[in-house]
Design a protein around this ligand. Structure first.
Ligand SMILES: [Zn+2]
Length: 326
């Protein structure tokens, strides 16, 4: 997400209609959810999809805690794993509450840095901070997760992400490796800082001298932008020619169903093309402002299950890709 945006959150932006919400609730209760398989899909089954699906949340502001309460309920209902990338500063503000809420085998807790400072230049979010500040963001972010949850923190997602991941940035890659992370999720934009982030595959940083450090990208839109939650209005965000024109909606999302319809394009394309995984870029503060009941999550998880995508966490994806030959 774009760090400064959550200071721009606006009130009274509930644009979805009760009638629509009621329709979605009825559809979930009466049809889609009831037809789901009761057991999670297993990797490697004959005839099943090989594409993994990861629900992931950039958890980074005061509004995220209340949002996570409802998010966790939906995950337990669907037995859906998740990775929560959490700011150290956000955790330090409510350590006991987050521990109680997210200390569950379904969930991976990863770092979103300590306070969302830029680890490299980002066209929209600003310039990289100093070497000392980068070190603090990386090390203190990890330390906070491990202190609060008393379990290893193996992944980091830098604030905002970048359009070329961390390629060529030996300084930051070295710090991330020195801190003991196994993966970084920093490729969160399309080419030339466009939206959406394309369905990029995992890769390791062998070309930069860090063969044991993996990049596990995020895909799709930073969902806050789909709803104008940054207050940017119209913005130069898409490429021409568009590499994935079907994934560019005609206007801002107005209902949870609108958002699900965008999500579905990425899940379906990933499954059809058998990419290794698909994971959309979500923010609890923005999700709850738009859709407090989290109907979008229900629709998306139901679709992931019905499509036989394999649910997992980023840490589990790392285990998978790092064990592959060659
Ligand atoms: Zn963020």
């Amino acid at each position: 997400m774009l760090y400064f945006s959550w200071t721009h959150e606006r009130q009274g932006n509930e644009v979805h209609r009760i009638s629509r919400r009621g329709f979605i609730s009825a559809a979930i209760a009466g049809g889609v959810a009831a037809s789901l398989p009761t057991e999670p899909s297993q990797a490697g089954g004959a005839g099943q999809r090989k594409t993994r699906y990861i629900a992931a949340y950039d958890t980074e502001s005061v509004g995220c805690l209340a949002a996570c309460r409802r998010i966790v309920e939906v995950h337990k209902q669907f037995e859906m794993p998740a990775t929560f990338f959490i700011l150290g500063r956000t955790l330090d503000a409510n350590p006991a509450e987050y521990r109680k809420l997210l200390d569950d085998p379904l969930f991976e807790i990863a770092s979103h840095t300590y306070s969302h400072q830029m680890l490299r230049d980002n066209e929209f979010c600003g310039s990289a901070v100093s070497a000392d500040q980068k070190r603090m963001e990386i090390f203190k972010g990890k330390e906070t997760v491990e202190r609060v949850f008393e379990r290893p923190c193996v992944g980091i997602r830098p604030g905002c992400g970048f359009d070329n991941a961390l390629r060529g940035d030996g300084e930051v890659l070295g710090l991330i490796r020195e801190a003991g992370f196994k993966y970084v999720s920093s490729l969160l934009w399309g080419p030339d800082y466009s939206m959406p982030a394309l369905l990029r595959e995992p890769f390791n940083y062998a070309a930069d001298g860090f063969a044991n450090l993996w990049e596990l990208p995020g895909h799709g839109w930073h969902e806050n932008l789909l709803k104008n939650h940054n207050g940017w209005g119209a913005k130069r965000l898409t490429l021409w020619p568009a590499p994935f024109p079907e994934a560019i909606p005609r206007s801002f999302c107005k209902t949870p169903t609108d958002e699900f319809e965008v999500n579905r394009i990425f899940l379906d394309r990933a499954g059809e093309t058998e990419t290794t995984f698909v994971s959309l870029i979500w923010h609890p503060w923005s999700l709850v402002k738009f859709d407090p009941e989290m109907k979008m999550l229900e629709l998306t998880f139901a679709h992931a299950r019905a499509s036989e995508l394999i649910p997992c966490t980023y840490a589990q994806l790392h285990e998978h890709v790092s064990a592959l030959p060659g």
